[in-house]
Design a protein around this ligand. Structure first.
Ligand code: ZN
Length: 310
């Protein structure tokens, strides 16, 4: 069975919700883990509607400390406690994230059944664990407050294992096979001969990468950060007509998002964080496609399956 690797869009509106769009929140499901990127108000309801539950291995990445991106975090944590979650939750965000959680917990007096490991991030590698199948990097974005963009990077996957080759080399099935599959050299039983993984495995396959811009103006540094990503999810608050607002409020137009996607040579652009003034965002998509054809617009509850990208 192909392993699960999907992006769930929970909230795709900017600043205020609309009937159709909630406040910023998306999650990347990678096998048994869930990684949230921003948790606007109402996020937990969307998670429930998507049937995802609150007991997965969970990491939460906050792009910036504006209410419409972070207030929903409290509800998610409280509901996890109501569900008697025991596994810890890791929360990453800019300066203020640790205090935000600590103070709210004290004022609202909610007890937790699990540990929250909250950490303020800097540009660079922010998440990597020996047993995790992905890592997450951060870089500064350009918004009206300290903000970060994130890059979710699936780790390299070992190539396909060939049991026939292992048998031919005289390696008995069992723990030695597993070691080779995990990239370790093994010694052939009863001899000094070493067998290396490349004798029984195809070449390793690079993992996929997903960029999440958060709120930002486009910039050269983001273009570099998102270079060659498979999927780029980018601030697309405004259309061409409202470019002045984009500059003033430190957001991007859909065309600017598309220009950056083209220069960064990404494979798929997904626009999100639309101003509530637009009932339809089809003109934003049209403007973006003039620069970068492989563009789609996110909508609430949309699921993007990474396995569709070969
Ligand atoms: Zn925002």
């Amino acid at each position: 069975m192909a392993s699960s690797f999907k992006i769930h869009f929970f909230g795709t509106s900017s600043a205020v919700p609309t009937k159709e769009r909630g406040l910023s929140c998306l999650a990347i499901i990678h096998e048994s883990s869930i990684s949230f990127f921003d948790c606007g108000e109402g996020s937990q309801r969307a998670v429930i509607n998507a049937g995802l539950g609150f007991n997965k291995d969970c990491n939460i990445f906050i792009t910036h400390m504006h209410g419409d991106h972070v207030v929903g975090l409290l509800g998610i944590l409280q509901t996890m406690a109501m569900n008697r979650r025991e596994k810890p939750v890791k929360v990453f965000g800019p300066r203020g994230i640790v205090e935000f959680i600590r103070e709210n917990q004290a004022i609202l007096k909610f007890g937790l059944t699990f540990d929250i490991l909250a950490k303020e991030v800097k540009s660079g590698l922010v998440f990597d664990e020996k047993n995790s199948k992905f890592r997450v990097h951060a870089t500064r974005s350009e918004h009206s407050t300290l903000s970060f963009s994130y890059l979710f990077e699936e780790k390299e996957k070992p190539g396909r294992f060939h049991p026939d080759r292992a048998q031919k080399l005289g390696i008995p099935e069992g723990p030695l096979w597993s070691k080779l599959q995990h990239g370790e050299n093994v010694a052939l039983p009863g001899s000094r001969k070493k067998i290396s993984p490349d004798q029984v495995l195809d070449e390793s396959r690079p993992g996929k990468r997903i960029g999440v811009s958060g709120d930002t103006r486009p910039s050269e540094s983001l273009e570099k950060f998102f270079k060659n990503t498979d999927v780029l999810i980018f601030d697309s608050t405004y259309s061409d007509k409202n470019k002045e607002n984009a500059i003033e409020n430190m957001h991007s137009t859909s065309r600017e998002a598309a220009l950056l996607a083209r220069k960064a040579r990404v494979r798929q652009l997904i626009l999100t964080h639309f101003s509530a003034r637009y009932r339809s965002v089809s003109h934003l998509v049209k403007e973006a496609r003039e620069e970068f054809p492989n563009t789609i617009a996110a909508r609430d509850m949309m699921v993007y399956d990474l396995s569709t990208l070969s």
